[in-house]
Design a protein around this ligand. Structure first.
Ligand code: SF4
Length: 391
């Protein structure tokens, strides 16, 4: 079997393809155009108003696999709750996961917490100031270390995420499809990294990297790049639609959960309707510690999606996790029917509404409870069906 370089040598398509590989934008012109555009057009994002490496780290971890719009609110909440690395290190993991709830990919939060503990114990509570040293911390890989080191410490290192990869390939006229088919992922990644480093502005590496990411996120879009608005169009070898790799096909799955709520046993002495509503309790179940997805997180009890037609259907919701679209139905169970729920894989517990913010809820559970107005902060009693008598 031919290896990648033999294939390139023996393949006429690859010959044509390779003819372009050394061409690319002139670095000085490119930096000037990109930075001038970024200075004028950068979105005002909260983590761009700081050079605190800890804040940049938190934002970069949150932004992995998550859209900017979804991150902003969580970022504010997280930084308010854990304003410094030492505050994060001193917290319980459950509190960190609770604050992360809704962002998904909880392993990121666990790693962030673990790394903060390590830095607090062994690095005097500070993040190391080089990309190489940063990579020794759990959860900090090549991209994140480059982002923190360049933005927070001014290290001249290129950040290459999916957006930047796409921009670099298009600037050089490299086809995403041919890159993978002919060159292979590892060689292709190395070539893109080298090209990004050649373009990098050594005097403003943090702004340059953010400019590249911004260009990929707002102009050089995956399916329809806005070439007419592009600040580096005059230096780009693609300028337009580009052959792109197939998207991962999403799977579909049906799921159903029970919403069971009960009023407090004794009438609590509270001063407002809202406080009264927050004394009610919701039945939740903890995912097993060994679960492959979201271990230890809390959710509504899962039930069979096919056998609950006699229950009150409260809502339907779609929820995506990695490559699966879940079509979820939520059924309301009266408290007296709690015993008819199938036993779950994890422990169940009644949780007061006012304590829900302290618990690491799955993103789906948080979404459902929010839509049912069952999270703290609502004055209503939530869906009506539920409370017949006390357990
Ligand atoms: S000209 Fe078009 S393809 Fe080239 S970098 Fe700009 S947006 Fe992307």
């Amino acid at each position: 079997m031919l290896n990648a370089s033999q294939l390139i040598k023996s393949n006429p398509t690859a010959d044509r393809y390779n003819a372009n590989m050394t061409l690319g934008p002139e670095p000085r012109q490119f930096r000037k155009s990109l930075l001038a555009w970024f200075d004028e057009n950068a979105r005002d994002l909260p983590w761009r108003r700081t050079t605190d490496p800890y804040a940049i780290w938190v934002s970069e971890i949150m932004l992995q696999q998550t859209r900017v719009a979804a991150v902003i609110e969580h970022y504010h909440r997280f930084m308010e709750r854990f304003p410094t690395l030492t505050a994060l290190a001193a917290s319980e993991e459950d509190a960190v996961l609770a604050c992360w709830s809704g962002l998904g990919y909880y392993r990121r939060a666990r790693m962030l917490h673990k790394a903060a503990k390590l830095a607090a114990a062994e690095m005097e509570g500070k993040l190391p100031d080089s990309s190489v040293a940063l990579r020794k911390l759990p959860g900090i890989g090549e991209y994140t270390s480059a982002a923190i080191a360049s933005i927070g410490f001014g290290e001249a290192i290129a950040c290459v995420d999916g957006n930047v990869e796409r921009v670099v390939m298009r600037l050089h006229g490299w086809s995403e499809v041919d890159e993978l088919a002919i060159r292979g992922p590892r060689a292709s990644a190395a070539r893109i990294r080298d090209a990004a480093l050649t373009l990098l502005d050594p005097l403003r590496p943090g702004d340059f990297n953010q400019g590249m990411m911004e260009l990929g996120a707002t102009i050089c879009l995956p399916r329809n790049p806005l070439c007419l608005q592009c600040p580096v169009q005059h230096l780009c070898l693609t300028r337009g639609e580009h052959a792109i790799a197939e998207r991962t096909r999403m799977r579909s799955r049906k799921a159903a959960y029970a919403f069971v709520r009960r009023e407090p046993k004794a009438k609590p002495r509270v001063r407002s309707l809202r406080a009264l509503a927050e004394e009610a309790e919701i039945l939740l179940e903890q995912r097993p510690a060994g679960a492959s997805l979201m271990p230890g997180m809390w959710e509504l009890p899962e039930i069979d999606p096919e056998t609950n037609e006699q229950e009150t259907r409260l809502m339907d919701v779609r929820h995506s996790i990695t490559v699966t679209n879940y079509y979820v139905t939520i059924y309301g169970f009266e408290t007296e029917r709690e015993g008819s729920l199938p036993s779950g894989a994890g422990a169940r517990r009644w949780v007061k509404v006012r304590e829900l913010h302290e618990l690491p809820l799955t993103g789906l559970a948080r979404k459902v409870l929010k839509r049912l107005k069952a999270l703290p902060g609502y004055t209503g009693a939530g869906p009506v069906i539920l409370v017949k008598h006390q357990l």
